[in-house]
Design a protein around this ligand. Structure first.
Ligand code: HEM
Length: 185
């Protein structure tokens, strides 16, 4: 939400998609998700730049060799997903619109739910819920920024992060939802 509030042209593009697929007489629902590729691309781009869990941890059970490095047995390893997702570091969901990159753990450049047998068991639930929740917020409301409340510049919300297990925002996202579809809310 914060990224698309700061990039109104992306919000407009997602809203045009939702208005085209869903219309303005009913609320977006789970079954609409496969028909909302741009909303899905926003979610992927958010996972890339703002992974909820920034580091994936593993322990080597035996010595192994990767790219000329020797990793001894019993070594705690951290895969820094936050850092991998920072190049390039500008928010541009279109990069995922026709991309084959998937987020279920097969493509190692984007692992928001980890990978392998210890990957996130909540992934199917999250991937069902997220597109509908995000699309409903875009479909039903305009989002008005209150300048200066969260440390952001005029008209923008701050994107500062603070350290933590889940990369929390440094400032709460504070904005005013303005209803835009009186027929359904
Ligand atoms: C957007 C939502 C979510 C994201 C991005 C996320 C991400 C992750 C990541 C990166 C891991 C570590 C995976 C690994 O080490 O390979 C993980 C583990 C886990 N997640 Fe999630 N998660 C999400 C939602 C959920 C939900 C909704 C649930 C439960 C209903 C859940 C339950 C768990 C559990 C139990 C583990 C530990 C699995 C294990 O160690 O075997 N997660 N999650």
């Amino acid at each position: 939400m914060a990224e698309i509030i700061n990039h109104p042209q992306l919000l407009t593009k997602a809203r045009q998609e939702i208005d085209r697929v869903v219309g303005s007489d009913r609320l977006v629902q789970e079954s609409d998700a496969p028909n909302l590729p741009y909303v899905q691309a926003i979610i992927k781009e958010t996972f890339r730049l703002h992974p909820i869990i920034p580091m994936i941890a593993r322990k080597s059970t035996r010595e192994c060799h990767v790219n000329g490095y020797t990793i001894p047995a019993e070594t705690l390893l951290f895969v820094n997903m936050w850092s991998i997702g920072r190049d390039p570091n500008h928010f541009w969901p279109d990069r995922f619109v026709r991309s084959e990159v998937d987020i279920t753990g097969q493509h190692f450049q984007l692992l928001p739910f980890g990978s392998g047998r210890r990957s996130c068991p909540g992934m199917p639930l999250a991937l069902r819920q997220l597109p509908t929740a995000l699309a409903a917020m875009i479909q039903c409301f305009d989002w008005k920024v209150i300048s200066g409340v969260d440390g952001g510049d005029a008209g923008l919300v701050s994107m500062d992060e603070r350290p933590g297990l889940t990369v929390p925002r440094a400032h709460d996202l504070v904005c005013i939802p303005v209803a835009r579809l009186p027929n359904i809310i």
